[in-house]
Design a protein around this ligand. Sequence first.
Ligand code: CP
Length: 314
Amino acid sequence: MHHFTSAADVSDLNLLVEKAFAIKQNPFHHKDLGKNKAMCLLFFNPSLRTRLSTQKAALNIGLDTVVMDVGKDAWQLEFEDGMVMNGNKAEHIKEAAAVIAQYYDVIGIRAFAGLENREDDYAEKVMESFKKYAGIPIINLESPTRHPLQSFTDVITIEKFKQTERPKVVLSWAPHPKALPQAVANSFLEWMHLTNYDVVVTHPEGYDLANQFVKDFPVVYDQNEALKEADFVYVKNWSSYQSYGKVLHTDPAWMLTREKMKLTNQAKFMHCLPVRRNVIVADAVIDSEQSIVIPQAANREVAAQVILEEILRN
Ligand code: CP
């Protein structure tokens, strides 16, 4: 593995999951793999889990890490070619990426969707520019269209908790007061295509995700119908892809409640976190024994370690 920016960078998911389980048993089995190497984590947006779990994973393998809050600490970056840079953007990505690569062996980047221009967001300009101009491995810590470390975590978590070979996994939209990117939902589906799970997507009309991520997964606009006999319910809000970045519904009827969980096959409740309680999910669900959000979040460290080990071995 060179870069880790999408499911396309994975050649054998089963092998990665096996490695994840081995790391869970012994996180320090390769404690010198990162010795004398360093990683730079660039955050254009806030984070709790991604930042801390990736740093901890690096620590487990002796890899030094430096974190930069790009919005606050760095010069504002220009990503367009041929610009007359007489505005407030003081540095071009061509120099910034190349310079960072002089000091570090790996770069992790979080840069969310702007949700104003779909074409720009889906072109993945930040991630692609770093790949082009840094020339060293790039890890996606959540980009406009994807969150692969989260999705790999989600697969590890389902593999850990599944009771049948082919569980029914429901991805359900839930209401949220603010417009959120489609990245987690897109990426979750992209990774679900690498599994043999029975996947169903449910959301109100107007919230269809891009075809490139949904492909042939069934989409059901009736949430109660979709939840029937589910083994895992993954809840996530996203803003509209068609009416790009718009909040079309905040209908509280889509919140995951204990009554809805009764439709399922005693499903496990999953969410990437952070989550707004009693907006996305009722307390009675997230506080129940069916909720696996904490072990799911714990697997973020494991997923990051697998990917760092793969990249460093290359
Ligand atoms: N799930 C996730 O990526 O969490 P953070 O935004 O806190 O990193």
